[in-house]
Design a protein around this ligand. Structure first.
Ligand SMILES: *[C@@H]1O[C@H](CO)[C@@H](O)[C@H](O)[C@H]1NC(C)=O
Ligand SMILES: *[C@@H]1O[C@H](CO)[C@@H](O)[C@H](O)[C@H]1NC(C)=O
Ligand SMILES: *[C@@H]1O[C@H](CO)[C@@H](O)[C@H](O)[C@H]1NC(C)=O
Ligand SMILES: *[C@@H]1O[C@H](CO)[C@@H](O)[C@H](O)[C@H]1NC(C)=O
Ligand SMILES: *[C@@H]1O[C@H](CO)[C@@H](O)[C@H](O)[C@H]1NC(C)=O
Ligand SMILES: *[C@@H]1O[C@H](CO)[C@@H](O)[C@H](O)[C@H]1NC(C)=O
Ligand SMILES: *[C@@H]1O[C@H](CO)[C@@H](O)[C@H](O)[C@H]1NC(C)=O
Length: 678
């Protein structure tokens, strides 16, 4: 009998440990009499315990995350009938020689014949790299060709798991669906991911990948200056047997591409890869991630065809692929997704019609959809009469900046929970003739469409909750209806339409919440009403390019919040009111191309100590002396239009401020296990 090495192992029942407690800082009492297999294991790995673990938690317990506690104390030994015998690699043991043997086993990382009689002699030898590779290929995890190139992520991960890995996992006896097989494959797949996204050279933060600990410890807790914290890396669910449920790699400077191997970590619920430089396609193998609820890969360089099958994953809720280079269409089956809550595929290169995909009279899904962002793609065609019809859960709908055509259907305004409807910058040509009643809608953006030869329907007042209304840059006709004066408006842009010439409407006086008003190029006549000076929240007042006459009212000097005042391209004859010295927030003032504007810009603004930041002023060369005045940016001769060139796009509010998109938030609390009580 050759007995080169043996180890006594102790099997003590697991005593359920308390979760880490303590808020922030060091975690106290972890679990009292839990025993651990591996030093460096965490609570879950203590299921296979053989040593005594100290009551020490090495990681800060971040509220809401229940970061795993690390066992730090070595195996203490044992005696008696509970003992097992283990052979180290290269050894042989005759189990019959030991009275107390329950069964024999070999230490991790050793190869042995599982069919050998465990009460008889067991021989153990060392696994070769080829043994590991054969397993990976036979299980369909990686392709043999991937191992031919020594610099491939697969080759490097193989070298790690077969040779360098301090955890010394052997080649599993069972398939991927055994505990041993799954642990192995998860470790390998995460190593492939690490190499495939250039982890060793490029990752911004050390996330403890490839450490000699279970993968559930491959993470870091980032602490920010404001003492908030964030978990990055692998997160395991607390009460499962250490299977990874989330992968957070946001802002990690990850490059390269996504490996197919990740699709084998089927316990993943969340993948968050936001804001990296990962290129290439989303591998088809991710179709196997049937527990995935959230997949975020916003702000990368993903290309290839839009992986529509992701919408078919049985549990998928939130998808955010904003700002990538995805191409292709959104097939009709996407509209059958049952579980989807939020879809953000904006800022890609997607094409085709979506009318049939989101025709809710035909498609069966989308019943939980709340956010739908597809703006800034190349979609075409009409939306049709049943687009998103009766989707009573929908709150945000942004289809702006595409090439959609046809009518804006009234039924969209019947969506009872809709808060934001942004359809701007498309080829829509017809507004509803009658808006239905809806007080929930707060933002309606229909600028830069192709509405022409039709007036604004007076029934727009049925949208009484609107705060933001933009109908600019169309060719709307008729009178501006007084019903548009909805009292909650903070933002009203009617610029660049073909309305009937008329004075600035008096109902604007009632819009006391107004912050941004543009009546640029709307054929306004008469004088500038002094009541505009009552709108004390105004930040932008744009009256550019009208037929306004008379003087500039002194009351405008009351607008202490005003940043942008555009009075250019009118027929004003006025001295700049000396009340303007109170406009200390002013950043931009256009006065050019009027009949006659007089005043001393330096005295009013540029030499005035109340103006810490000098406003940018464009005016006639009569008042705006480029040579001597600090605050004059451009001067124009007479009434000629000079302020239409280079200066305008940079500083014109339509260009500069636009519409601030309302982001939807995917709170992390949404996808952490509900039973992970902070
Ligand atoms: C684990 O979590 C599930 C719910 O996710 C719960 O039903 C179960 O009781 C938990 N098991 C233990 C041992 O805590
Ligand atoms: C998927 O989730 C279910 C329910 O939580 C769980 O029972 C199952 O083990 C998970 N699948 C994997 C592969 O982890
Ligand atoms: C998905 O899983 C099945 C069963 O485990 C496997 O046969 C198949 O190859 C996997 N598909 C992909 C694309 O990886
Ligand atoms: C995707 O991007 C990669 C890397 O930039 C490039 O090599 C590949 O050709 C691109 N594929 C497609 C389909 O555009
Ligand atoms: C507005 O939303 C609330 C709940 O958010 C809902 O109860 C109400 O019916 C909606 N109002 C309308 C007019 O649909
Ligand atoms: C206007 O806003 C107030 C305060 O947010 C709100 O209570 C009110 O219902 C809104 N008006 C309409 C018509 O929605
Ligand atoms: C997509 O994800 C990023 C990062 O989490 C987030 O900033 C952005 O708001 C998300 N998109 C939408 C539409 O909310």
């Amino acid at each position: 009998m050759k007995l080169t090495a043996l180890l006594l192992l102790c099997l003590t029942p697991l005593v359920a440990g308390g979760a880490c407690t303590g808020d922030g800082g060091t975690c106290e009492t972890v679990f009292s009499s839990v025993t651990c297999t591996e030093v460096g294991g965490n609570e879950e790995s203590c299921l296979h315990a053989t040593g005594t673990c100290e009551n020490v938690c090495e990681r800060a317990n971040v509220a809401g995350y229940d970061s795993p506690c690390l066992c730090t104390k070595e195996f203490q030994g044992c005696t008696g009938a509970e003992c097992d015998y283990e052979v180290s690699c290269g050894g042989t043991i005759d189990c019959a020689d030991f009275d107390n043997a329950v069964h024999c086993s070999v230490s991790k990382g050793c190869k042995w014949d599982p069919s050998a009689d465990p009460t008889d002699t067991v021989e153990a030898s060392i696994f070769t790299v080829d043994d590991y590779m054969t397993y990976l290929v036979n299980q369909g995890v990686s392709n043999e060709e991937d191992f031919l190139v020594s610099s491939s992520p697969q080759s490097m991960a193989l070298q790690f798991i077969a040779v360098d890995d301090g955890l010394d996992l052997g080649v599993p006896n069972g398939d991927l669906d055994t505990t041993e097989g799954y642990e192995f494959i998860t470790r390998y797949a995460l190593a492939v991911l690490y190499y495939a996204t250039l982890g060793p050279r490029q990752w911004s933060f050390e996330l403890n990948f490839l450490q000699a600990t279970p993968v559930c410890s491959w993470y870091s807790v980032l602490q920010y200056a404001d003492s908030s914290t964030e978990v990055r890396g692998v997160v395991c669910s607390r009460n499962a047997t250490s299977n990874p449920t989330a992968l957070y790699l946001t802002n990690q400077n990850a490059r390269g591409s996504l490996p197919a191997e990740l699709g084998f970590i089927t316990s993943l619920v969340v993948i968050d890869l936001d804001n990296n430089r990962i290129a290439g396609p989303i591998p088809e193998s991710y179709q196997n991630l049937s527990n995935l609820t959230n997949f975020f890969a916003q702000g990368n360089r993903l290309n290839g065809t839009f992986p529509a099958w992701i919408l078919g994953l049985p549990n998928i809720k939130n998808i955010n692929f904003s700002t990538n280079y995805l191409t292709g269409t959104v097939p009709v089956t996407a509209g059958d997704s049952q579980s989807l809550v939020g879809l953000a595929i904006d800022n890609n290169l997607l094409t085709g019609s979506i009318q049939d995909t989101f025709d809710t009279s035909v498609r069966v899904g989308m019943t939980d959809l709340e956010q739908f962002y597809i703006e800034n793609n190349l979609f075409t065609g009409a939306l049709g009469p049943n687009f998103m019809k009766d989707l009573t859960t929908l709150q945000y709908l942004d289809i702006s900046d595409n090439d959609f055509t046809g009518s804006v259907e009234a039924h969209l305004f019947e969506l009872s929970q809709l808060l934001v409807l942004d359809m701007h910058d498309n080829g829509f040509d017809t507004l509803p003739t009658e808006f239905p009643e809806n007080n929930n809608l707060t933002l309606l953006a229909l600028q830069k469409c192709s509405f022409s030869s039709q007036p604004i329907p007076p029934s727009i007042s049925n949208l009484g909750g609107l705060k933001h209304l933009d109908l600019s840059q169309n060719a709307l006709t008729g009178e501006i209806p007084s019903s548009i004066g909805m009292t909650n408006l903070t933002y009203l842009f009617l610029a660049q339409n073909d309305f009937v010439a008329n004075p600035i409407p008096s109902w604007i006086d009632d819009l006391t919440s107004l912050q941004e008003l543009s009546l640029k190029s709307t054929q306004r006549t008469g004088t500038i009403p002094s009541f505009l000076g009552d709108l004390s929240d105004l930040v932008i007042l744009d009256l550019d390019d009208n037929d306004l006459v008379g003087t500039i009212p002194h009351s405008l000097g009351n607008l202490g919040e005003l940043h942008i005042l555009l009075l250019n391209r009118n027929n004003l004859v006025s001295v700049i009111p000396d009340t303007f010295t109170s406009l200390s927030s002013l950043r931009l003032l256009y006065l050019d191309a009027n009949e006659l504007i007089q005043g001393d810009l330096d005295v009013l603004f540029c030499s005035n100590p109340d103006f810490e930041d000098k406003p940018v002023i464009v005016a006639s060369c009569d008042v705006c002396d480029l040579a001597s005045s600090e605050c004059c940016a451009v001067c124009c001769q007479g009434t000629s239009e000079c302020n239409t060139g280079f200066h305008v796009p940079d500083l014109d509010p339509i260009w500069q401020l636009g519409y601030n998109r309302v982001h939807f938030t995917f709170g992390r609390e949404d996808f952490l296990d509900k039973d992970r009580v902070p």
